[in-house]
Design a protein around this ligand. Structure first.
Ligand code: C2E
Ligand code: CA
Ligand code: CA
Ligand code: CA
Length: 277
């Protein structure tokens, strides 16, 4: 009879294996998707808490894989990072965002766009020039564009990323610290970085209605951001209760399922016309 493996020894861990192998297999598919327009961008409204006025949208990448179905952005962003396709991914999302931004402005309904950057993009010295070119091409004023940079992702890279951040700021685009509160050095970031906006991570926002610790963090971040003259955005607003609490605390902008899920552009446009009626 075949010898059994000693207790506790596995040849591979099925969950890990499938994720790694899937990511490897996805690299070539992602390249094709990026080149053929298979990668879509959805738009999630950012709304003022005071009067629920739509001010902008976050551009979120979506990939419907022909065989595997929907791949989560976390997975394909990781694939892009590890296979040298990050630059192309950012370009595809930014270009789609700017194209629609131009269209909304032409239709008399200007909206700002927010695009996610990986920390790694900030290490690419050519990135600000490309942003400058694209802004010119689509004739979008730079103040209409925000780049969101996730706080944990910046860990350890700040020094090297600073020159790019300053060049982006000098172009006139806005910079946002995303998932704020989940990294290790949150408070010092606010002093160090040339940013305009702070996005409080959804974990605190979702907890604030039931957990006094989360509520305290949200309150402190709002207060601190105000001291620094930064715009505060709460992400992951899912309930009326959370919305009311944020209004009480004086949070300026919210985003989340309570207002709207991320939508394909046609559905966002329908939502827009319903809002302006
Ligand atoms: P993120 O920047 O924190 O984006 C917000 C995520 O929260 C999105 O997930 C969005 O669908 C989800 N969300 C929005 N409102 C709610 C809510 O009320 N409740 C809950 N539970 N979730 C909500 P998504 O689209 O799966 O994106 C995940 C992450 O992938 C993003 O997190 C972002 O870091 C990254 N990502 C997405 N698109 C891009 C991209 O084009 N480039 C880069 N570099 N990263 C991207
Ligand atoms: Ca984001
Ligand atoms: Ca976020
Ligand atoms: Ca988050």
């Amino acid at each position: 009879a075949a010898k059994a493996l000693p207790y506790g020894v596995q040849l591979f861990h099925p969950a890990l294996e499938s994720r790694a192998v899937r990511r490897l297999g996805l690299a070539a598919d992602l390249r094709r998707a990026l080149d053929s327009g298979q990668l879509e961008v959805h738009f999630q409204p950012k709304v003022t808490i005071q009067d629920r006025h739509l001010i902008g949208v976050e551009c979120l990448a979506r990939w419907q894989h022909p065989a595997h179905g929907e791949v989560s952005p976390e997975d394909f962003v990781a694939v892009a990072e590890h296979t040298g396709q990050l630059h192309r991914l950012t370009e595809v999302v930014l270009t789609a965002g700017l194209r629609h931004c131009r269209e909304w402005a032409d239709a008399g309904r200007p909206l700002s766009i927010a695009v996610n950057l990986s920390a790694r993009t900030l290490l690419d010295p050519r990135f600000p020039d490309q942003v400058h070119e694209l802004l010119k091409q689509y004739q979008v004023p730079p103040q209409q564009v925000t780049f969101e940079i996730s706080e944990p992702g910046m860990l350890g890279e700040i020094e090297r990323a600073l020159p790019t951040l300053y060049r982006l700021r000098d172009l006139g685009v806005r910079l946002s610290v995303d998932d704020f509160g989940t990294g290790a050095s949150s408070l010092s970031y606010l002093r160090q970085l040339p940013v305009h906006e702070v996005k409080i991570d959804d974990s605190f926002v979702q907890g604030m209605a039931t957990d006094s610790g989360d509520l305290a963090i949200v309150r402190a971040v709002i207060g601190l951001s105000r001291e620094f003259g930064l715009t505060v955005v709460a992400e992951g607003v899912e309930s009326e209760l959370t919305f009311d609490l944020l209004a009480e605390l004086g949070c300026e902008i919210g985003q989340g399922y309570f207002f709207s899920r991320p939508l394909p552009v046609e559905r966002l446009n329908t939502w827009l016309s319903a809002q302006t009626e």
